[in-house]
Design a protein around this ligand. Structure first.
Ligand code: PLP
Length: 455
């Protein structure tokens, strides 16, 4: 067989035309979203005031195995997809490992991450429903950027509430969003009731994701023609992100390859859920048995040290309750944690699969993650996002294990994005001021104490 190329691009015609819904093949379903007051499962209509109707239906659909990707969504996907499946020859050589290392690179678009895959779908359904605009929150800024691009393309208004510290620390992110026409407000702001209340209590607060979510939801539900959208955690987002895994599997089949190990970083679980989708399908249907590994920061360890429990999806308690691995909605990751993936909970689908033993999870310390990022950057000439670098860390560790045992395993990991807006974190790593915080059990107990009582 011909030598496997460094970068394999499928053609536009080979791009998958359907998303895959993992829940259709799960033997047991994740527990349903419930109302925080009554604890009753939510009917789909209850979600319509917040989410677009088609998206609300996708959220609760456990049986439709494949969803056709709407033509206008495919058209925008073609501006940056199919994304390349890359063979990390240089990394393999440097590690002196018999393992074959592949990665799927999702950073080839202006948002610099996989988030655009779902942003496009969500903006399309909003437009198709005749809505005027959307609201959302953004922390680090990738999601806000992705959604700005999608809203510009589909001619929708967008109001982004950006956590105030990020707004001040990452002015260029804001400028990118504004370039695409988004309205960006630092949160907490005096434009909402929630924001004004929080500012009244603490005028100097730097804000939080939880607060920004509450402001975005308030504006969506009180403004005619607006809905709220979210870039991770939700079932609908994992559905849209399945394009990553479907393309990867197809490209690997063309190379006569199949991964023994699939690795992804885990914040809310959207890239991981998307990457593993078709491989998990093989596992669930008994066709193959790859190892699947989630990698999370040691400073925000939802899978490895969290509880499988019903919890709010936000800190402001405006969302329904989801059963997931969680550190508690009041959990605050350490201030010196720069590597993204700060969310307290985890996708309910992935939580259920993990709970039932279909996948593994490991945690990585921040300094070890950046060490892997720098090694990878030099060898593969891609500057990885700190989030993505968690997966790199694990892929390197697994490849080094292969060196010990002499096994030529095939490893596939998700390289979710680029790190151009994270240079202060890289700088901290280079200057030796970066630290790795691993919370004590007592620190975690503070977060667990904020879990709602559900029985
Ligand atoms: C948002 C983000 C993540 C984490 O989100 P998931 O929903 O867990 O995938 C990972 N990598 C990058 C580059 C991101 O922007």
């Amino acid at each position: 067989m011909a030598k496997i190329p460094h970068r394999l691009y499928l053609t536009e015609d080979q791009m998958p035309r359907q998303w895959y819904n993992l829940r259709a093949d799960m033997k047991e379903q994740p527990d349903p979203l419930i109302h925080p007051g009554t604890h009753e499962p939510l009917p789909v209509e209850a979600l319509y005031p917040i989410f677009c109707e088609q998206l609300a239906q996708q959220e609760l659909d456990t049986t439709t195995r494949y969803f056709d990707i709407p033509e206008p969504v495919l058209d925008m996907y073609k501006l940056y997809r199919p994304s390349p499946l890359c063979r990390a020859y240089n990394l393999e050589k440097a590690l002196d490992t018999p393992a074959k290392i592949y990665y799927k690179f999702e950073g080839n678009n202006t948002s610099g991450s996989h988030k655009l895959n779902s942003a496009i779908a969500q903006a399309y359904y909003a437009k198709a429903q005749g809505l005027k605009g959307l609201t959302t929150e953004t922390g680090a800024g990738q999601w806000g950027t992705a959604l700005s691009e999608a809203c510009a393309y589909f001619d929708l208004d967008l109001k982004v509430f950006m956590v105030k510290v990020s707004y001040e620390q990452k002015p260029y992110r804001k400028a990118v969003m504004q370039t695409f026409g988004a309205n960006v407000t630092p949160s907490p702001s005096n434009t909402t009731e929630t924001g004004r209340a929080i500012l009244a209590a603490d005028p100097t607060t730097g804000g939080s994701l939880g607060c920004a979510i509450s402001e975005a939801v308030e504006v969506a539900t009180t403004t005619e023609g607006y809905r709220y959208v979210l870039g991770s955690v939700l079932n609908q987002v994992l559905l849209h992100q399945s394009i990553i895994g479907l393309e990867s599997k197809q490209a690997m089949e063309m190379l006569d390859e199949y991964p023994d190990i699939v690795i992804g970083c885990a914040g809310g679980g959207s890239n991981l859920g998307g990457l593993i989708a078709p491989f998990m399908q093989d596992k669930l249907t008994g066709k193959a048995d790859p190892r699947i590994i989630a990698v999370e920061p040691a400073s925000c360890p939802s899978f490895t040290r969290g509880k499988y429990a019903y919890d709010f999806c936000d800190t402001g308690h405006v969302t329904p309750l989801a059963r997931m691995y969680t550190l508690g909605n009041g959990f605050m990751p350490a201030a010196n944690h720069a590597g993204g993936l700060r969310y307290h909970g985890m996708s309910p689908i992935l939580s259920k699969l993990y709970h039932d033993g279909y996948m593994e999870a490991v945690s990585a310390k921040q300094t070890d993650v950046f060490e892997a990022a720098v090694q990878f950057a030099k060898l593969e000439t891609i500057l990885p996002a700190p989030e993505s670098s968690h997966a790199i860390r694990c892929a390197i560790d697994e490849a080094l294990k292969c060196k010990q045992t002499g096994e030529a395993k095939t490893i596939l990991f998700g390289l979710t994005g680029t790190g151009y807006f994270d240079m202060s974190a890289y700088e901290a790593f280079h200057s030796g001021t970066m630290t790795s915080h691993v919370p004590t059990d007592e620190e975690l107990a503070v977060g667990f104490a904020t879990l709602p009582q559900v029985d």
